[in-house]
Write a protein that binds this ligand. Structure first.
Ligand SMILES: Cc1cc2nc3c(=O)[nH]c(=O)nc-3n(C[C@H](O)[C@H](O)[C@H](O)COP(=O)(O)OP(=O)(O)OC[C@H]3O[C@@H](n4cnc5c(N)ncnc54)[C@H](O)[C@@H]3O)c2cc1C
Length: 395
């Protein structure tokens, strides 16, 4: 695999960089993620859509960019460098590929444009109390009555369902001997009577996840994707795409830069933290791991560009990517020490660190707590290890 940049790639990087600098809404940079409205979260998505850049990984015929693997890599790097809000993953990364791979023409015509433009916000209705890692244990039931499914059940951990217009949902349509055989993949309008969304407030104080209750929710039968009872194959395909995006290499690079910047600050007892052998070794270890992950991701992207879908490598990317993200937040907590405890917005001085003190505490503990989730969602890291043991090591 050749990873050298050609003159065309370098020109492309310049094009992406200036587009972001000129068009990224300035006000988004000063907002905390938790304070953003639906409009804020979609603002960049809509600008990217107008430019035709919102779904680089989709085939061009469905609205993708036809970029090379290197161009996609450059775009991700530049987006992370600038700290842009990525397009909402539930539509672009998860559902879109499902629809253009398994959906019928009618579904392609109405689902894909709404994802691309940002008109339709999707959420993921997979997990239930008692069906997370063991997803096939799901109990939400859909019964076909004439040309409608009547759905009853309870979904949980549904990310940003409070903003969602639609939910893609796994439901049980048949209770057979093999649990995976009776599952179907349904598209549900969140405005349908019988749906209640209840917030779950997480340890960092944020409202990111929800419970969704479905009581006699009537869903047109044409909203079934693929065949009834055969949704498990689609469910697994979607999880593969969900995991490969979780590695977050470019954003971890930016977070390490921020960590290094904080560690340049003077300690109270003198000298920058970065010059202590112990702390600089910890950062170096992180960077070595991140570089190894980056090359694994590039190999996966190269295979994908040759038509091979994400395989068990996506589990490797998920484990290493999330471990690195968590490690960065741990080291950032270590760097700011007891100043991480309080968060005083008035003391925030952005990136102009002089010495390690309360100024750098902005968001550090919230980010640390929030990042605990990464080894759980998208299939927990223990489950990813089981997949690797089975699919890669043949155990
Ligand atoms: C922030 C966040 C956002 C999420 N967003 C969504 C969403 O939008 N939509 C959605 O459908 N779901 C979402 N989830 C749910 C997520 O997919 C599940 O939490 C995850 O699959 C784990 O399931 P569980 O919580 O039921 O834990 P459990 O499955 O009960 O697992 C508990 C613990 O046991 C371990 N464990 C379980 N089985 C095994 C095994 N066989 N071998 C080894 N260890 C095992 C797990 O690794 C874990 O540590 C989200 C979760 C979080 C934390």
């Amino acid at each position: 695999m050749d990873v050298d940049f050609t003159p065309e790639d370098i020109a492309f990087r310049e094009e992406v960089r200036s587009f972001i600098e000129e068009n990224y809404p300035k006000h988004l940079g000063s907002l905390d993620r938790g304070d953003m409205t639906k409009e804020d979260l979609l603002a960049w998505h809509k600008i990217l859509h107008t430019k035709g850049w919102v779904a680089p990984s989709w085939p061009a015929e469905f609205g993708g960019t036809d970029w090379t693997v290197t161009q996609r890599y450059i775009f991700n790097e530049e987006s992370a460098r600038h700290g842009t809000i990525p397009p909402m993953p539930f539509g672009v990364q998860m559902l879109g590929p499902v629809i253009y791979t398994f959906g019928n023409q009618e579904q392609k015509d109405w689902v894909l444009p709404g994802i691309l433009s940002g008109k339709d916000w999707w959420c993921q209705g997979y997990s239930e109390p008692g069906a997370g890692s063991d997803l096939a244990a799901l109990k939400t039931k859909a019964v076909l009555e004439d040309d409608e499914y009547v759905v009853n059940g309870h979904k949980i951990w549904t990310t940003l369902a409070q903003h969602a217009d639609w939910m893609f949902c796994l439901v049980r349509t048949t209770s057979g001997e093999k649990r995976q055989d009776g599952i179907s993949f349904l598209l549900i309008d969140m405005k349908t009577p019988g749906i209640t969304v209840r917030p779950i407030i997480t340890i960092d104080g944020g409202h990111e996840v929800n419970e969704v209750f479905l009581e006699d929710v009537r869903v047109p039968a044409r909203n079934l994707v693929g065949e009834q009872d055969k949704g498990w194959t689609i469910a697994k395909f979607l999880l593969g795409n969900e995991r490969s995006g979780i590695a977050g290499v470019a954003r971890s690079k930016k977070a390490i830069d921020r960590l290094r910047e904080i560690a340049r600050g003077e300690l109270e007892n003198g000298g920058p933290l970065l010059s202590t052998a112990d702390f600089s070794r910890k950062i170096a270890e992180l960077e070595v791991d991140l570089t190894a992950l980056e090359y694994t991701e590039l190999r996966t992207l190269a295979a994908e560009s040759q038509g091979q879908g994400p395989g068990p490598e996506s589990s490797i990317l998920k484990i290493k990517g999330t471990e690195i993200q968590q490690r960065i937040t741990e080291l950032t907590m270590e760097a700011v020490g007891n100043y991480a405890a309080p968060w005083v917005p008035q003391l925030d001085v952005g990136d102009n660190y002089l010495a390690i003190g309360p100024e750098q505490s902005h968001g550090v503990s919230q980010t640390y707590f929030n990042t605990r989730k990464t080894s759980i969602y998208g299939g927990s890291n223990e489950i990813q290890r089981n997949i690797i043991a089975k699919m890669v090591l043949g155990l």
